[in-house]
Design a protein around this ligand. Sequence first.
Ligand code: MN
Length: 241
Amino acid sequence: MSSLYYFISDLHLTPEKPDIQDNFIQFLDSLEPQTSALYILGDLFDYWIGDDAALRLGHESIIKILSKLSDRGTDLFFLPGNRDFLVGDHFAKESGCHLLDDPSRVMLNGTSILLTHGDLLCTDDTAHQKFRSETRNADWKNHFLELPIDQRQKFALDLRSQSKDLKQKKPSFIMDTNQNSVEEIMLDNGVHTLIHGHTHRPETHHFDLDGSPATRMVLGDWSPEASFIRLDESGFFLKKA
Ligand code: MN
């Protein structure tokens, strides 16, 4: 028997963009009651600077609606992105989300699927990879999370405006995934199906991997219309936005 699954990413929720928040609430309300699981593949939040700052950043209502969905019987999985990699156990418990490592392999309806946020595949962006490895260790995280909330928020906002500038300056291919890195991670994990977000370039890519057909599905951001992947017994459907 097949089950029903949804995948989303890159909503970049912030009280500054209430229309996306409204669409998210509507999206969750409209999920079929038989939905087995919702996979959130990172950058749900525009930035996350620690579970203790959720109230200050206006994210309490999101946590409540997520927990309502999990109470209704839909399993929630959260694989953090580069903007919200600091989500912690308190957030997980309050929202009812199970936290996933990046990448994570899942078996759904008989298909082995690798899930990742996607930024680790953008290996041409060496500056981002350097920042990523610097900030993804326990020492850096612990030090950062002990700073006053104001200071953490300033750091996140500076980072956000830097990344906006860089996006305009860097050539487009640097901000996309590297095909060698895509194939390597798929072979390492023994999958022929990959789902990720991050690049905001929603598309289904077909290619040959080790002699058999492989698929890479990319979720879009919400701007403000929903982008998602729906998986049921007839297969994958990508809504680009
Ligand atoms: Mn991202």
